[in-house]
Design a protein around this ligand. Structure first.
Ligand SMILES: [Zn+2]
Length: 75
């Protein structure tokens, strides 16, 4: 994607770059946000957890319990 745009002034170019950067950020941000709502499978609990909750889930007692069971069963 190398579309060249002619700018009549540096100010116009700066303005365009600002808008472009903002749009890019918005797209990127949306992507991150949607990724966070994707489900991640927890092998220990055999359960689907939302990505943004996963870190917290890993620290939960329920998860630790299941993790322990899993370690024991593999022993
Ligand atoms: Zn878990």
């Amino acid at each position: 994607m190398s579309r060249k745009i002619k700018f009549s002034s540096d100010e116009e170019r700066t303005e365009h770059e600002k808008i472009y950067a903002k749009e890019y950020y918005q797209k990127h941000k949306d992507k991150i946000t949607t990724n966070l709502y994707e489900l991640k499978h927890c092998n220990c609990c055999n359960k689907e957890i939302m990505k943004y909750k996963f870190k917290r889930h890993e620290r939960s007692n329920k998860h630790k319990e299941n993790e322990q069971k899993l370690i024991v069963s593999f022993d």
